[in-house]
Design a protein around this ligand. Structure first.
Ligand code: GTP
Ligand code: MG
Ligand code: ZN
Length: 357
């Protein structure tokens, strides 16, 4: 399974794939209407879903998307296109509400570990939009990382960096420019064999340029921005998954006008963790040291990433703060430092005594 392991095949997918001993596993790397490009362990082929699959698919999100692991009837297309019979259970998925159909969501890409949210430090810079991207990213089940791009065009990137930190609670933030090797330094450490990352952000912020840097060649087309309004031209037109020479797979996406960023539901940002919380033994579980904590169990068995868990705790702390009044916040800080107000009083007495004596 060498090739597919590099492409993210793991024990969980493999054990599900074992339910179909007559079929071959593969991963979808790109899509052209109803035709999919799929990599398998030893080759690459074009494939379509089976007639039966199309018959039973009820919603758009039932159809395969880039990033999906699928079960195929063959491993080469020498004798015709492969047939996709099943899609393996997705571990994460980017959703957008599709135009027209009020309740149907369309999956943009699936099985992603890290989402690099790219925002350029020029006219593109906008904190509110970044918040929406963060919300969609957390909602997808992947871990977001913010890349502030084009630092060469900005003389106050440290100020913007601090602003972004205050919005992107619990999220790593990096400053990059494609003019030096900062992209490889900041991004490559997240990636290794089997890890999937996706680049999202407005058109023209430099997503494809960065991926080309990671690839070490100009495989993806990039193009200049219109001078007048700073808007890009949507140079990339389709999602495409690529294997990096130094480990990891990345998905380039066209500028995500399509992501339906405005309709993201913020209350659902941690829907998966909220579902776990309801299974904790204690209703006031802090998910840090209690026995029977379903959240910590999920971290331990590898289903919930450490990064996402830590962000959840951090955001919970922040929101707990924001719902307290100033005296409560003061008390809360004292409790955290000293255990209780009595301990603080004790400490103050000791100090006073020492100063007198
Ligand atoms: N000054 C500067 N220009 C950059 C940098 N990175 C990319 N660019 C330029 O920005 C333009 C857009 O870059 P792309 O990589 O095509 O942007 P994209 O995000 O892939 O855009 P779409 O495919 O349309 O979504 C190109 O002209 C790049 O050369 C950077 O760090 N600094
Ligand atoms: Mg592009
Ligand atoms: Zn718990």
């Amino acid at each position: 399974m060498k090739n597919l392991i590099k492409f993210g095949m793991n024990e969980k997918f493999a054990s599900e794939a074992a339910d179909y001993p007559d079929l071959i596993p593969g991963r979808i790397t790109s899509q052209y209407r109803d035709l999919y490009r799929v990599v398998t362990d030893n080759s690459e082929l074009l494939a379509k879903v089976s007639g039966k699959y199309a018959f039973y698919a009820k919603r758009i999100e039932d159809y395969p998307v880039v990033g999906d692991f699928v079960m195929l009837d063959r491993s080469t297309d020498e004798t015709g296109n492969g047939i996709i019979h099943y899609v393996l259970t997705r571990k994460s998925a980017f959703r957008r509400k599709s135009a027209g159909t009020a309740h149907e969501a369309q999956i943009v890409a699936s099985n992603i570990d890290f989402v690099f949210i790219c925002m350029a430090m020029d006219e593109n810079y906008n904190l509110r939009r970044l918040e929406r991207y963060l919300s969609v990213a957390w909602d997808s089940g992947a871990t977001p990382v913010v890349l502030l791009t084009k630092s060469d065009l900005c003389d106050h990137s440290d100020i913007l960096y601090n602003e972004v930190l205050s919005v992107a609670l619990g999220t790593d933030v990096h400053i990059t420019t494609s003019l030096d090797d900062s992209v490889s330094k900041c991004v490559q450490p997240y990636l290794k064999d089997g890890v999937t990352a996706c680049f999202i952000g407005s058109s023209g912020v430099g997503k494809s340029t960065m991926i080309n840097k990671l690839l070490g060649c100009d495989r993806l087309k990039t193009s200049e921005i219109r001078q007048k309004d700073g808007k890009g031209r949507h140079t990339s037109t389709r999602r495409e998954m690529m294997l990096l020479p130094n480990g990891g797979v990345v998905i380039d996406t066209p500028g995500m006008r399509e992501l339906g960023i405005d309709s993201a539901d913020f209350s659902k940002s941690f829907a998966d963790i909220d579902a776990l919380v309801s299974q904790c033994r204690y209703t006031d579980c802090s998910h840090t040291n209690e026995p029977g904590c379903a959240v910590m169990a999920s971290v331990q068995n590898g289903e919930l990433s450490i990064e996402r868990y830590e962000s959840y705790l951090k955001i919970k702390r922040e929101t707990a703060y924001s719902s307290l009044n100033s005296r409560q916040i003061e008390n809360e800080k004292i409790n955290r430092m000293f255990g209780s107000k009595n301990e603080l009083k004790q400490k103050m007495k000791e100090i006073k005594k020492k100063n007198r004596g």
